[in-house]
Design a protein around this ligand. Structure first.
Ligand code: KG4
Ligand code: ZN
Length: 338
């Protein structure tokens, strides 16, 4: 197979990103984050799509420049078709369609969730990619699920959250602590200085491999309200311990089910993906299970964990080799099953 150079575009939420891939090697992976949402404590869809419109052209130009590639050298364009915020997805989708049309090259739709998982196949994501079948704990701001990955495009969700996603739990609990959005990375940083056993929070009792994170959020909220009545500075005085304890609880919830699934399905190749897979505590828990349970673990490089176009380009490359192209009349879709 001759070498393929593909442009990937990601705009499903609040990061505008473009990447150029040659075969499975990423030549550039550029992202513009949208700070505008910080002051609102969450992503405001209308503002997100407006910011994507401002960012998309400079981000794509930077991706070409960094890759040292001319537009006419690419042989296809991959874009996130869904799931995500419709207004945000439309910006990337429309841009990808018009560029593909003007360059007269194939357009390739990508499922954002598949992309988080298949990021493991980028050349430098891991020392070696996982082998099929493997389990992938996919944890982001919008999704939390255990996926049985039988092949590149044959995936089955065996467990998922029935309410909040794990990233959402980090962000909403962080908001209770008055931290900026997204709070996940801040909780992670502060947790390093805290005692994870300082406070105990309720854990859900869920059947099978499903998750629930709304209980821990409520448990933290009531606990904080009670303590703040006694000491108005309670959060400030205990912030590191609170973050460490919350992080520990969320990771235990995530790992309990993952461990159960690995044991029952007798699968030893275990991966994590999505924004929350950047969490240092979760990475450490995976390392511990490598030692304790002999798992082969797959933890993507940081730049391929949170939303990025490198993972989109990777999936586009796999589909390009299969000749799976998308009709130019396609539209973005907020819901898109695995
Ligand atoms: O995959 P992603 O970038 O976007 C979605 O598809 O949702 O994930 C974003 C989520 C946010 O909730 C953010 O707080 C969380 O990932 N996150 C983290 C960390 N880095 C990002 N959560 C915990 N610890 C981190 N280090
Ligand atoms: Zn994502």
């Amino acid at each position: 197979m001759s070498s393929s150079i593909i442009l990937g575009i990601e705009s499903s939420c609040d990061d505008t990103s473009a990447a150029v891939i040659r075969d499975s090697k990423i030549l550039s992976n550029i992202a513009a984050n949208q700070e505008i949402h910080n002051e609102y404590g969450g992503v405001v869809p209308e503002l997100a799509s407006r910011a994507h419109q401002q960012n998309i052209i400079p981000v794509v130009e930077k991706a070409f420049l960094k890759a040292n590639i001319q537009q006419n050298e690419i042989c296809a364009i991959g874009f996130t078709r869904g799931p995500g915020l419709l207004g945000s997805l439309l910006v990337g989708t429309s841009f990808a369609k018009s560029l593909a049309m003007s360059l007269d090259i194939p357009l390739i739709e990508v499922n954002h969730l598949q992309a988080h998982i298949l990021a493991h196949f980028i050349d430098d994501a891991n020392p070696a990619p996982p082998s099929f079948p493997f389990l992938c704990l996919t944890v982001s701001g919008g999704h939390t699920m255990i996926v049985l990955v039988k092949d590149y495009f044959d995936m089955e969700i065996i467990g998922k959250t029935i309410d909040d996603a794990a990233g959402e739990a980090f962000d909403k609990i962080g908001k209770i602590f008055d931290l900026d959005y997204p709070a996940g990375p801040i909780v992670d940083r502060l947790a390093k200085e805290g005692n994870p056993n300082a406070f105990q929070f309720n854990k859900p009792k869920m059947e099978g491999y499903d998750y629930s994170f709304s209980g821990i959020k409520t448990s933290v909220l009531y606990f904080i309200q009670k303590e703040v009545r006694k000491n108005p500075d309670f959060i400030k005085d205990n912030l590191n311990d609170l973050c460490a304890s919350v992080q520990k609880s969320i990771i235990e919830i995530l790992m309990d089910k993952l461990e159960k699934a690995a044991k029952e399905l007798k699968i030893n190749d275990i991966a994590i993906a999505g924004g929350v897979s950047a969490n240092s505590g979760l990475r450490k828990a995976m390392e511990d299970n490598r030692e304790r349970l002999g798992w082969n673990i797959f933890i993507p490089k940081f730049e391929y964990t949170t939303d990025n176009a490198a993972m989109i380009a990777m999936v586009a490359k796999l589909k390009y080799e299969r000749g799976e192209f998308t009709d130019i009349r396609t539209t973005a879709t907020a819901k898109y099953d695995l």
